[in-house]
Write a protein that binds this ligand. Sequence first.
Ligand SMILES: Cc1ncc(C[n+]2csc(CCOP(=O)(O)OP(=O)(O)O)c2C)c(N)n1
Length: 350
Amino acid sequence: MNQETEKKIREVFPAYTPMTELPEGLELETAREMYRKMALIREFDLSAKDLWRAGKIRGLCHAYYFAEAIAVGACSALREGDYTTSTHRGHGHALARGADPGRMMAELFGKAEGCNKGKGGSMHIADVDSGMLGATGIVGSGIAPATGAALSAKLQKNGRVSLCFFGDGGSNQGLFYESMNMAAAWKLPVIFLCECNDWAIGTDIRRVTGDPVIAHRALGFGLPGIRIDGFNVFAVYAAVAEAARRARAGEGPTLIEAKYMRMLGHHVGDDQFYRTKEELERISVLYEADPLLRLREFLLNAGLPPQTLDEIDREEKARVAEAVRYASEDCHEPSPEELYTDIFSDIIVE
Ligand SMILES: Cc1ncc(C[n+]2csc(CCOP(=O)(O)OP(=O)(O)O)c2C)c(N)n1
């Protein structure tokens, strides 16, 4: 990226940081696989958007477009067995933890073979086997279960860490403060990761938030709070790796605010007429900071041949196409008898 473009990006997005080197402890092969995960999420959500707009899937559907570096950077710094909770915008979180795209797409189609037997839809994907305890349409409500999972890890001394994703809108929910307070007092191994895009549907953060720097809120609880570039997958990885190290060492929680920008509407059917033409024009420079393209550029500069990355793009596109085919052709509508089963949660966090 040339200096002129970088300057323009910083004017709109001051959190921008260049991707100059691999973070400590991260191999180039792992970074390449992070690219694969980001490409998968991008393709999955662009397909879901088209399918929703074509009337093939029902219920609200929120794209993780342009936030891919946050889920992938964060989940790559976690270990198998660690816990995550998610939001209404959770496809990226589930895929980054390793959930199966076919079963996820079946869930979006409301099919019995879906991760939640077709009863949850886009906003309620859970994949407990991969550590994804659940997404939720109730804004901010993943924060308390993640704190509870961290308490269970602490009591059982199993070395696990719990990470909750939530938005800047979610950060204005009371249970965020209750959870942070309890986690700080009891030094629970939990990471609070705010995906801050400055918008909650059509409400600008500055209208409803006294101090729009979410990271500052950690101060009141005696915790470290950091703000990072959410378009930079390495910055996210490094911040979560350090927070996880702290958590496993018994030093307690961390609040991370990953800044990014929501380039599409709130959900895939939202044409966001509440954003002015001037704002949309102003942020259009951020297409130059596309998190997927930034990682691609880094990998090319590190010596990976373009063919390798093109091949990954093709493979992940094919995976998503197969997921759509599976969901629409091979899967079944749930039977009416299923209506009254699985109504209450029986997930036991071991
Ligand atoms: C408790 C609650 N209040 C309001 C809503 C309606 N609602 C759905 S998404 C949303 C905005 C959430 O914004 P944010 O947490 O910043 O996440 P983003 O959509 O930006 O990823 C709101 C207000 C809801 N689902 N739950």
